[in-house]
Ligand binder design. Structure first.
Ligand code: IMP
Length: 421
């Protein structure tokens, strides 16, 4: 068993990029199993910042093969831009380092357009407008274009024609026109030619890696509470975010998974609409947003900020079968007068430790209140030197989930991490 899955334990943006970078040292393969350019990690290379959306964060390590798995939806233009900005930073983006699954689905310009048109209407949910939902709709509707189809004009034309026919009434209802097919065929064949050396049988390569007991890290995108089946539906993304998605999204058996590492911040954030029981609407929320740099890396939207929610975290631990956790951004809480942690919900006056299947918007959080701390955490490397409040947050997280917190991240740099157990 050689696969470690890294999964967001909240609503995304938990700081997975840094963790993947830490945990992929020594890895042979790093693979993304779902989502698309709705994800975004800000990485710092040689003092220069770059945001990557599609290529796994392991690309900054010198060795691992970075796989874009069959469960993903890939916008080829975004991918090509990303590969060229990585190449400009001196990162090797040849076939030695990057493998795109021929079965990953392609995000088409009409997916992006549909996402934007819907988001401008009255059923908006606050998506990233990257075409993710419509691309997965085409996949499940069995008319999606896959990356391998960009290398085969006949198949590409057939799929495109089926998809455009199917979307035609939707375009009409959104007072828009179906985009003409020919320019799409030409530009997507060109994308295929440009990416041809990187497109291949990723599933076979991953299965070989499992058989050879290579070290494989499966990199989740978004967060557990945005999962299509188990998130706060309909305010979710359109893919399986959970660790179980690594098996289907890569084409390996679940028995290959050795460890599931859940990433949680020491507080909570969410972007887009949907219930968020511990949300702060006051100065404290604003302070966390500013200190934590809580603005979307894809859209720049200010993130909604709130206290750590241990009921939701326990739910995420159970949904994923987490074996360990890493807590990030504890330093952001420095200097607050009090810090709260949600330890239960109250629903119609009844206390509960469960996330309800529906009606999360109706729950009232029950908080444990902790004194603030002013010790600068960024320089701390020793668990014994952590303020009592920080230790209590970790202890509560472990008690509520039954999952050990292995590391506490106290700043953006790789070395700003405290080993806990
Ligand atoms: P979509 O994935 O763009 O369709 O957006 C659906 C929901 O997921 C929206 O609430 C987005 O804000 C949210 N979402 C998608 N990707 C991310 C992410 O990487 N971080 C945080 N939220 C995300």
């Amino acid at each position: 068993m050689s696969v470690t899955v890294i999964v967001g334990a909240q609503w995304g943006d938990e700081g997975k990029g840094k963790v993947v970078d830490m945990l992929t040292e020594g890895a042979d393969v790093v693979a993304r199993y779902g989502g698309g350019a709705n994800a975004g990690h800000t990485l710092v290379v040689g003092g220069r910042k770059t945001v990557i959306r599609l290529v796994p964060s392991g690309i900054l390590q010198p060795r691992p093969l970075c796989v874009l798995g069959p469960g993903m939806v890939i916008d080829p233009q975004v991918l090509r831009d990303e590969l060229s900005s990585l190449a400009k930073l001196g990162v090797d983006t040849s076939a030695k380092r990057v493998l795109i699954s021929e079965n990953a689905h392609v995000v088409m310009p009409y997916h992006v357009l549909l996402d934007q048109l819907r988001e401008a209407g009255r059923h908006a949910i606050g998506t990233t407008k990257r075409g993710i939902g419509p691309a997965y709709e085409d996949k499940v509707g069995r008319r999606g274009v896959r990356m391998g189809d960009l290398l085969d004009e006949e198949t590409l034309r057939g799929r495109l024609s089926a998809a455009l026919d199917a979307w035609s009434p939707t375009f009409a209802s959104l007072a828009s026109e179906v985009p003409p097919m020919e320019p799409i065929v030409q530009s997507y064949l060109e994308h295929g030619r440009a990416l041809t050396s990187l497109i291949g049988d990723a599933t076979g390569r991953l299965q070989d890696a499992v058989e050879r007991d290579e070290i494989i890290v499966a990199e989740g995108a978004q967060g557990s509470l945005l999962d299509i089946d188990h998130g706060t539906y309909p305010f979710v993304t359109s893919s399986t975010v959970l660790a179980s998605g690594a098996a289907t999204g890569l084409g390996i058996g679940p028995t290959a998974i050795r460890a599931v590492v859940g990433i949680t911040k020491a507080y909570a954030t969410r972007v887009g609409a949907g219930p968020f029981p511990t949300e702060l609407h006051d100065d404290v929320g604003e302070r966390i947003r500013q200190r934590g740099g809580e603005f979307g890396s894809v859209t720049g939207r200010p993130r909604r900020c709130g206290w750590l929610d241990l009921v939701a975290l326990r739910h995420a631990a159970r949904l994923n079968g987490m074996s360990e956790m890493i807590m990030t951004k504890a330093d952001v809480l420095e200097g607050l007068d009090v810090i709260r942690v949600c330890v239960a919900y109250e629903i119609d006056g009844v206390r509960s430790s469960r996330v309800p299947g529906r009606d999360l918007a109706r729950v009232k959080p029950v908080f444990e209140e902790l004194p603030g701390f002013s010790t600068p955490l960024g320089a701390c490397r020793d668990a014994a030197a952590l303020p009592q409040t920080v230790r209590r947050i970790v202890e509560l997280a472990e008690q509520h989930t039954g999952v050990p917190v292995r590391w506490l991240s106290v700043g953006p740099e790789r070395e700003q991490s405290v080993r806990l157990s």
